[in-house]
Design a protein around this ligand. Structure first.
Ligand code: ADP
Ligand code: MG
Length: 355
């Protein structure tokens, strides 16, 4: 069953002359307990899509021009900021690439975790007063990076119940010696540990959907694999779906049930992970796959896709991938292909397969 259904979502940045469509007519569905990965090169609109789902688009520059984000029967696009707070964190939580920008450097891990748990309890207990307070996961703004604009107001002393729950949350993410980690400041932890803490904090809100935007990109390969494995395991342990945003198809292949490939603000392919890897259809997906090292001798032939993502202020007419596509035909340069289901549960937007 579907947990969240996005239809025709179109998001613009800027105004008039410099208007840019970062997400264009995107349809996307995430099922309950599904691990979905959204993959594409940098600048394809993945983070914008993720932020819209949690109501954290920078309001001064971003506009949802069209579309719906229906979560459990409610269209999140229609909600105001106060109404969205009921969903953010508790229903849909988000973790970012570099936890140091999301964790407050001047407070111990334990205090920040206790605050996250206390906010959840206040909310689920119906106390709206705390819902407007300064949670780590509530308010972020974007400059080049996503950053926390408001800081948590941790309790002076962690009550024993909150502490026990914080310890349990850290145990859940396989942190050895959690009592000791609660006493540490974020900078005292390794990148992998910090990301585990962020995952623990997000999950302590018991969200139904965890959105993770490039959560392992800043980590070394071994730690990256460990964190991904952890996320996969946690999904079946706690009742949650995961939306993983990554520029790395190899990362998606390790954990996702289904993969949606985005190119230049649009979905170009949507398939279960096995189908996508055994039989990729879109030339862009094939291009991304040919960039993945396999560990064999053939790796010397690995080639990045020539060219770059087109300018989204003036996107090309027709298929947006045409200028980079080895299979390009005349029609590709005049009309944009539609995303169609060409095999059961396998959609692609390419004239090689139909409309
Ligand atoms: N705050 C912003 N203001 C203006 N343009 C933005 C902003 N954030 C992102 N963009 C633009 O939107 C497009 C999509 O960006 P983004 O969603 O970050 O893509 P991705 O996460 O796939 O790298 C890019 O062209 C980017 O330059
Ligand atoms: Mg991004």
């Amino acid at each position: 069953m579907s947990l969240i259904t996005i239809t025709g979502l179109t998001i613009a940045y800027g105004f008039r002359d410099s208007r840019l469509i970062a997400v264009n007519s995107v349809d996307l569905e995430i099922g309950e307990k599904e691990f979905l990965a959204v993959v594409g090169e940098s600048g394809c609109g993945k983070s914008t899509l993720a932020l819209s789902m949690i109501g954290l688009l920078p309001k001064s520059v971003a506009t949802i021009v069209a579309g719906q984000i229906v979560y459990k029967g409610t269209d999140l696009v229609k909600l105001d900021n106060n109404e969205l707070r009921r969903y953010r964190g508790t229903e849909i939580a988000m973790i970012f690439q570099e936890p140091l920008t999301s964790l407050n450097p001047v407070y111990r891990v334990g205090d920040q975790m206790a605050e996250a748990i206390a906010i959840r309890e206040a909310r689920t207990g119906g106390d709206e007063a705390l819902a407007g307070s300064s949670s780590v996961m509530q308010e972020v703004h974007r400059s080049d990076e996503v950053r926390v604009s408001r800081v948590p107001r941790p309790k002076k002393r962690v009550s024993s119940e909150l502490k026990k729950e914080a310890v349990d949350a850290l145990k859940l993410v396989r942190i050895p010696d959690p009592e000791q980690v609660l006493e540490r400041y974020p900078f005292e932890l390794s990148g992998g540990m910090r990301q585990r803490v962020m995952i623990a904090m997000a999950l302590s809100q018991r969200p139904k959907l965890l959105v993770a935007d490039e959560p392992t990109t800043a980590l070394d390969v071994t730690t990256q694999a460990q964190v991904l494995k952890l996320m996969k395991e946690l999904m079946s342990e706690v009742n949650t779906s995961i939306l993983l945003i990554t520029h790395d198809l190899a990362v998606a292949s390790q954990v996702a049930d289904r993969v949606v490939v985005m190119y230049a603000a649009e979905v170009v392919e949507d398939a279960d992970v096995f189908a996508l890897f055994s039989e990729p259809l879109h030339p862009y997906t094939k291009g991304l796959l040919s960039c993945i090292p396999t560990g064999s001798k053939d790796d010397t032939k690995l080639l990045p896709i020539p060219g770059s993502v087109p300018d989204l202020v003036n996107p090309p007419v027709g298929c947006r991938y045409a200028s980079r596509c080895p299979y390009v035909m005349d029609v590709c340069r005049t009309r944009e292909p539609q995303l169609v289901e060409v095999k059961p549960k396998h959609k692609v937007a390419c004239y090689l397969y139909g409309k």
